[in-house]
Design a protein around this ligand. Structure first.
Ligand code: IMP
Ligand code: MG
Length: 199
């Protein structure tokens, strides 16, 4: 697969495989919440494609809300502080909340968001994540519904971006070209390719 910019992309997880897994997760959530309403909270922007597909595999009364997070420009990821850029529109107190995210990397973002939402006293708080790069974890995060474990490669598509591009690809793909220069693995969030507020 090739794009106008010249990035070469290799399919890592096909659309068919994603669809099958999303369907299974949707069924599992439907069973787990036994007819109760759920609030799906998507982390902008990357989670919106996964949330859109997952929500349609959940046979429950479901509502949507969104938040956005950013990390401060620390030179070392382990000291990277996360902050909220956009908060939820509604209260989550007493509600069944499923936080939906595209990818779990260092864990800094989700660790922060889970802590923040827990303080607001939801009835239940579960985490649904499409992709997990477990090797990169700095802070522990418990995932209730996981799509796929993946190796430590920079991926795009199905909501995930590279400098805001490729979110609309139907498959999850690995960026093959220029990845060592354009997307340094150790510190990609501060590489200038990814505006901190647009994750
Ligand atoms: P964490 O706080 O390091 O777990 O960062 C998670 C966030 O980093 C995700 O929500 C993505 O926005 C971004 N991210 C991490 N790895 C990738 C990747 O391979 N492709 C695109 N975005 C990524
Ligand atoms: Mg994201």
């Amino acid at each position: 697969m090739s794009a106008s910019s010249g990035h070469r992309l290799r399919v890592l997880i096909s659309r068919a495989k994603i669809a099958r897994r999303v369907k299974q997760i949707g069924r599992q959530i439907t069973r787990d919440f036994r007819g109760e309403p759920v609030l799906l909270v998507g982390v902008l922007k990357g989670a919106c494609v996964f949330l859109a597909d997952l929500s349609r595999q959940i046979a429950l009364d479901a509502t949507f809300d969104f938040l956005a997070a950013a990390s401060y420009g620390a030179s070392n990821e382990s000291t990277g502080q996360v902050r909220l850029v956009k908060d939820l529109d509604s209260s989550i107190a007493g509600r069944n909340v499923i936080l939906v995210e595209d990818i779990l990397d260092t864990g800094l973002t989700l660790n922060y968001l889970v802590g923040l939402l827990r303080q607001r006293k939801p009835k239940a708080l579960r985490l649904a994540v499409l992709l997990d790069k477990a090797d990169r974890r700095i802070q522990p995060v418990h995932v209730d519904y996981l799509g796929f474990k993946i190796p430590n490669d920079f991926v795009v598509g199905y909501g995930l971006d590279y400098a805001e591009r490729y979110r609309n690809l139907k498959d999850v793909c690995v960026v093959l070209e220029g990845k060592t220069e354009a997307v340094p693995r150790k510190n990609k969030k501060n590489a200038g390719q990814r505006p901190a507020s647009q994750r």
